[in-house]
Ligand binder design. Structure first.
Ligand code: KIV
Ligand code: ZN
Length: 513
């Protein structure tokens, strides 16, 4: 057994399955590049057979990522597996991840297949996949609620067919750490050829134990791969959080005795990027990446930390990429200084044109905001990248008037499919008037399920506002994010971005369907 723990990131596949977290291809590529900088071992880029959009996203990521293995999910059938192989064809290193449910409940009610049929389908699918790719992961969906002897037969059969990684998901987040760890251990003991594959854990967070269960799967069960997502993004209550599992194994190396290849200084930038892209805000008290994770408010703690840091700190903020509100650039800073700071922050700008667009936004921001922090720069690069995408609706300008005792008025200039349109409305407040003006043209009829405003940098009203809208229409949920020092403008940008995603209307097959 090795002492390396493989980090398999599924932010772009399982994470994206959270309602409202769907991402465009460009957004996925941007996140994949950050995951590569983070040095994750495997990037699950998507589920190629789910839709043409998913296929293209996997293909684009496979074409750009050189250091990490790129993986696509596929149900255990020849069509899904062929689509995955096709999408991964350009990858430097690729993996096909095929799965079928093995619990009595899923086999009987969902698949309507007998256990013997499931076993045969698993075997044939891995055989088929192995002819297309040398690196095959097999997942027994709802594995933790499966019958141990049956699961052992399935796993033995797929290893014999050439599966190189065996993943045992706790699909519904039902496990308890000790029980899950023992389950993995017993299963490995029952499978005669268990040493021919790497064992993997994949835990959902329904009872808040995804990280604990994954770590027990490693420590007690002997798993050497953990499947996880940035910020714990994922279906329902989410997946095992990458940052927590990585920092637990690193900080408690004395206990786990394992190495991880992650560049931890890229954790906070990755967390920010995923949160800004999906609009899933990170709670302030979230371990490692929450805004308060390294803040000491009580006098006793502050005093202790000033005297000796390790009195109250078990990790160093800078080791996970916190640059803590550092004032970096101002109005007079030039393009080179801006470019250098982006490089220091590990922010990737795809082309000179993107750099120029981001620099123009920086100058515009510096005219309106005297102090520019690292967080502002990260946000405005995200904004320029969003602006470079072919959105159907795009913000141009806004003027609005509000006065105590009067109904606010808004006038918005926007581009609709390349054509400039001017719209006006009044409303209950400036944001309401702005949205009503936009809706008077777009007439989406979408239901607003979330409107959130966050300050990008803390501690001052000068901060940029970052707005997220989550809209629902006909069973689809999309997020739009926008940032600006003026929160009404940020709201208009976010709303138009969400409407553009609705307009793009991509349909897909659910992974656990
Ligand atoms: O939770 C789960 O079972 C999954 C599998 C498809 C790996 O995400
Ligand atoms: Zn899952």
């Amino acid at each position: 057994m090795t002492d390396k723990l493989i980090i398999f990131d599924t932010t772009l596949r399982d994470g994206e399955q959270s309602p409202g977290a769907s991402m465009t291809r460009e957004e996925k590529v941007r996140i994949a590049r950050q995951l590569e900088r983070l040095r994750v071992d495997v990037i699950e880029a998507g589920f190629a057979a789910a839709s043409n959009g998913d296929f293209e996203a996997v293909r684009a990521i496979a074409g750009q990522i050189k250091e990490s293995t790129v993986c696509s999910l596929a149900r255990a059938n020849d069509r899904d597996i062929s689509r995955a192989a096709e999408a991964l064809a350009g990858a430097a290193r690729s993996r096909i991840h095929t799965f079928i449910a093995t619990s009595p409940l899923h086999m009987e009610k969902k698949l309507r297949m007998s256990p013997e049929e499931v076993l045969e389908q698993a075997r044939l699918s891995v055989r088929f996949a192995r002819n297309l790719c040398g690196d095959i992961e097999f997942s027994a969906e709802d594995g933790y609620r499966s019958e141990l002897d049956f699961l052992a037969r399935v796993v033995e059969a797929v290893i014999a067919e050439g599966a190189t990684t065996i993943n045992i998901p706790d699909t519904v987040g039902y496990a308890i750490p000790e029980l899950y760890g023992n389950f993995i251990r017993q299963l490995r003991e029952k499978v005669p050829n268990s040493d021919k594959a790497i064992w993997s854990v994949h835990c959902h967070n329904d009872l808040g134990m995804a990280v604990a269960n994954s770590l027990a799967g490693v420590k007690i069960g002997g798993a050497r791969q953990v499947e996880c997502t940035i910020n714990g993004l994922g279906e329902r209550a989410g997946n095992c959080s990458l940052e927590e599992v990585v920092m637990a194994v690193k900080t408690r190396r004395d206990y786990f005795g394992l190495d991880v290849g992650i560049d931890t200084s890229q954790i906070v930038p990755a967390s920010r990027l995923v949160s800004q892209t999906t609009g899933f805000v990170v709670q302030p008290n979230k371990a490692v990446v929450g805004a308060n994770a390294f803040a000491h408010a009580s006098g006793i703690h502050q005093d202790g930390v000033l005297k000796a840091r390790d009195t109250y700190e078990i990790m160093r903020a800078e080791d996970v990429g916190w640059a803590a509100n550092k004032l970096v650039l101002g109005k007079l800073s030039g393009r080179n200084a801006f470019k250098q700071r982006l490089q220091e922050l590990g922010v990737d700008v795809a082309s000179e044109a993107d750099l120029n667009a981001a620099f123009a936004r920086f100058k515009d921001l510096a005219d309106r905001k005297s102090e520019i922090f690292d967080e502002d720069i990260i946000a405005l690069v995200g904004d320029s990248a969003r602006a470079a995408e072919p959105d159907h609706y795009r913000f141009v300008s806004l003027s609005q008037h509000s006065e105590t005792g009067e109904r606010p008025q808004a006038r918005v200039v926007l581009m609709v499919g390349g054509e400039e349109v001017v719209v006006e409305s009044d409303g209950n407040g400036p944001v309401d008037a702005t949205l009503k003006a936009i809706e008077s043209k777009v007439q989406s009829g979408a239901e607003m399920v979330l409107y959130s405003v966050n300050a990008i940098t803390s501690g001052s009203t000068e901060s940029q506002g970052e707005v997220t809208f989550r809209l629902q229409l006909g069973g689809r949920i999309v997020n739009g994010v926008g940032s600006d020092p003026d929160i009404v403008v940020a709201s208009a940008k976010a709303y138009l971005s969400a409407l553009s995603k609705l307009h793009a209307g991509v349909e897909r097959v659910p992974a656990q369907g």
